[in-house]
Design a protein around this ligand. Structure first.
Ligand code: NAG
Ligand code: NAG
Ligand code: NAG
Ligand code: NAG
Ligand code: NAG
Ligand code: NAG
Ligand code: NAG
Ligand code: NAG
Ligand code: NAG
Ligand code: NAG
Length: 671
């Protein structure tokens, strides 16, 4: 970042809050260009910052002109300031052009008035953000890293947050940005939160944030009617804290997942928040059917999430009047039975229903027949049989059906043919055979089909040959072999196929060449060797290739050079040495690389891949890599995950190395 950028940021943030201090500072350098620059910026920020028409209203004689030019210069050198976007620059043939468009500057010394008028809480930063897409802005962000002036200011404030007592004079958009920045950098504390009292903030996303408890609720509720969404998931907020939210009557979205100190009593506090459209309450033992009576008043509720609440059996009856409800998640509530489905039968707006891992059976599903809008139904792990397909066939909008790990068998399977609108179907881990797949033949709208661990083989795949929309096919752990691949070789939209633990052979892989859109291929299968890889080289668009257990040798890595777009690669069959890694080092798009279990790899491997600077995740466990090899990873500045288990590398050395060279490393092993 340029020094210029810093000084601008400095004064910009200054100017928001401590006018006199800034003025005092500036007056010490009356003649320097620093002065001009800052003064100019200073004036901008006070008088015109929130004025839609920056250029029109700015014209302050020579000084302003110089300043403007300096700013433009800074922008040219830094190329990312949103400020720029607001200056009419379209017909400017150079800086002279911009500077020659002077106008009268009338209220030169009415800074304070401008301040109070423009700095109202209702002020908006909208133009500022929208100006990012201003049509005639024509500069490019050169390195993609240059922060905008606004970013710099926010950053500066963030670093000196203790100096500020209140942001309540700022326009809401700016205090919101400062707040968000503090949260994302994890600098917000109970003490600094105080500065945000009465800031009229709209969104407080404090999910999984350390230290949030009832003491924070006073400032949170001081946002009053402005507050629209609050996320307190994982916090220590209790029933007592929730009382504060009563004043935030315009609240639209509330997330209280994993708040283990909230019970039915807390629910009562939110019963008046009738504008709530989204409420999330995952994982609480103490929410009971009785407590759910609160929900009956939340008539605007569109989305309700009660995942893993084991005490809500019988409570869904209180949802009956929620005619706007579109999405209900009661996954992993193993208390839910067929009788709980009955109250759902009248929820005509329901589009998404997740009841996986509950006790619902075919009978319970019959209550859903009237849900004309239901598009997604997740029944994973419920012991429903093909008999429920009668009910599901009554759902005209159903496009996404998850029957993974249910009790579906060939018996009654013919009813699948009635689910013509399905786009996504998961039948994994059911005892169905090729005979069942015959009934999928007409489901030509299918885009994703999961047959993981079903008893299907080559013959069944004949029925998928006409599924031209199919983009994702999961055949892992089936009896599919090379002949099966022949049947699906014309699926030109297929992007992802999983053939792990199938019986496809090296030779059969040739048949995949017809899959011209294929991006992701999982071939984690012991029988696959270098020859198989040779047969795949037609698939030049691959981005993800998993050869985890395949027996690939150094020789086979020569074929990898064809996959120039590879982002993720796993070869863990044990057959690679450093010589093979020489070919992998050419794959410059790699983001994830797993070479674990190739026990002969040495530090040389790390040296070879040191040019793969895009790597985010690297696993070379079970190899001969030592502490000395770490130095080669200095260049991998993007690395977030590094796994070197069962190598001659200690946790301490990785830690030390991380602190010096790999700032982005968040997960490492040993560690
Ligand atoms: C830019 O110049 C063109 C002609 O040179 C003129 O028609 C147009 O209005 C100008 N745009 C602005 C924003 O001044
Ligand atoms: C500043 O604004 C106030 C209120 O509009 C006005 O009365 C006053 O004359 C202005 N001062 C100057 C120096 O323009
Ligand atoms: C709900 O929001 C509307 C504006 O959309 C507002 O007028 C009304 O007061 C709010 N209702 C409650 C109970 O706060
Ligand atoms: C699965 O369905 C069959 C009927 O198709 C039934 O006999 C069996 O009991 C069911 N299994 C379980 C575990 O419910
Ligand atoms: C392929 O299937 C295996 C085994 O079921 C699974 O572990 C893996 O995540 C799947 N891979 C992809 C890319 O779906
Ligand atoms: C495809 O695999 C077979 C072995 O199964 C091999 O003989 C053949 O040479 C391979 N094809 C190519 C193009 O390498
Ligand atoms: C790995 O090294 C061992 C011992 O030096 C050798 O026997 C083995 O063949 C090597 N493995 C490979 C894949 O080169
Ligand atoms: C292999 O390592 C990569 C990179 O660390 C990781 O993303 C992937 O999950 C690993 N695969 C297995 C099967 O461990
Ligand atoms: C790294 O690879 C090992 C061995 O294959 C595997 O057990 C481990 O889960 C992987 N770790 C990561 C983070 O990918
Ligand atoms: C799973 C979970 O976090 N449940 C909590 C729900 O709230 C009660 C107290 O009201 C806790 O005891 C539970 O642990």
């Amino acid at each position: 970042m340029s020094r210029c950028g810093y000084s601008l940021a400095f004064f910009f943030s200054f100017s928001f809050l401590t006018y006199s201090a800034c003025y005092h500072f500036l007056s010490q350098f009356p003649q320097s260009s620093v002065f001009r620059l800052c003064f100019c910026f200073f004036s901008f920020s006070l008088k015109n910052l929130f004025d839609q028409n920056l250029w029109i209203s700015v014209s302050a004689g020579e000084d302003a002109c110089v300043c403007l030019c300096l700013i433009i210069e800074w922008i040219h050198s830094c190329s990312a300031a949103i400020f720029m976007t607001h200056i009419d620059y379209e017909n400017n043939s150079g800086m002279g052009g911009a500077c020659s468009r002077k106008q009268e500057w009338h209220n030169e010394d009415n800074l304070t008035r401008g301040l109070s008028r423009k700095y109202g809480k209702c002020g908006s930063l909208k133009w500022w953000t929208s100006s990012l897409s201003y049509p005639f802005v024509d500069f490019h962000i050169r390195n993609g890293e240059c922060p905008s002036l606004l970013d710099l200011c926010i950053q500066k404030i963030n670093e000196e947050i203790d100096k500020y007592d209140t942001f309540s004079i700022l326009p809401r958009d700016i205090s919101q940005l400062i707040f968000n920045n503090l949260v994302s950098s994890r600098r917000l504390t109970g003490a600094s939160l105080e500065a945000f009292r009465d800031c009229a903030l709209q969104d407080l996303y404090l999910g999984e944030y350390d230290g949030v408890n009832d003491n924070w609720m006073d400032v949170i509720s001081s946002q009053g009617p402005s507050l629209l969404s609050v996320d307190l998931s994982g916090s220590d907020v209790s029933d007592v804290g929730l009382i504060y939210l009563k004043d935030c009557e315009n609240l639209i979205s509330l997330n209280l997942n994993y708040c283990d100190q909230i019970s039915d009593l807390g629910l009562e506090c939110i019963s008046g928040l009738s504008n709530l459209t989204s409420l999330s309450f995952r994982r609480n033992d103490s929410i009971s059917a009785e407590g759910m009576s609160t929900f009956s008043g939340l008539v605007n509720l569109v989305k309700l999430d009660l995942e893993r609440c084991p005490g809500i059996h019988g409570g869904l009856i209180h949802l009956q009047g929620l005619t706007k409800l579109e999405s209900l998640n009661i996954k992993w509530c193993n208390c839910i039975t067929d009788s709980d489905m009955k109250p759902l039968s009248g929820l005509a707006s329901l589009k998404t229903l997740e009841i996986s891992c509950s006790k619902v059976t075919d009978f319970g599903i019959s209550f859903l027949e009237g849900l004309q809008k239901l598009a997604l139904l997740n029944l994973e792990g419920c012991l429903v049989t093909a008999a429920c397909l009668d009910s599901l066939a009554e759902l005209p909008a159903l496009s996404n059906l998850n029957l993974n790990r249910c009790n579906i068998s060939n018996n009654g399977c013919e009813k699948f043919s009635r689910l013509e609108n399905l786009k996504v179907l998961n039948l994994g881990f059911n005892v169905i055979t090729d005979a069942c797949l015959v009934n999928l033949k007409g489901l030509t709208k299918l885009e994703s089909l999961n047959l993981d661990s079903c008893k299907i083989g080559d013959e069944g795949l004949v029925n998928l040959a006409g599924h031209k929309q199919l983009s994702c096919l999961e055949l892992s752990d089936t009896e599919v072999g090379s002949n099966g691949l022949h049947h699906i070789s014309g699926l030109s939209n297929l992007q992802k196929i999983n053939l792990s633990f199938t019986v496809v052979s090296d030779n059969g892989l040739r048949k995949l060449c017809g899959l011209s859109s294929l991006k992701s291929l999982n071939l984690d299968a012991y029988q696959i060797t270098d020859a198989g890889l040779a047969n795949l080289t037609c698939l030049t668009g691959l981005t993800d290739l998993d050869l985890f257990g395949a027996r690939i040798s150094d020789f086979g890595t020569n074929y990898l050079k064809k996959f120039k777009n590879l982002r993720s690669l796993e070869i863990c069959g044990g057959g690679l040495t450093d010589a093979g890694v020489k070919n992998i080092k050419e794959l410059s798009s790699l983001v994830c690389l797993n070479l674990s279990q190739n026990t002969n790899l040495t530090d040389k491997t790390l040296e070879l891949i040191s040019g793969l600077t895009g790597l985010i995740s690297l696993n070379v466990s079970n190899s001969r890599i030592t502490n000395a090899g770490l130095q080669h990873l200095k260049t991998l500045r993007n690395l977030r995950s590094l796994t070197l288990e069962s190598c001659k590398v200690t946790a301490n050395d990785i830690k030390k190395f991380k602190s010096m060279y790999l700032p982005n490393l968040v997960s490492f092993r040993p560690g």
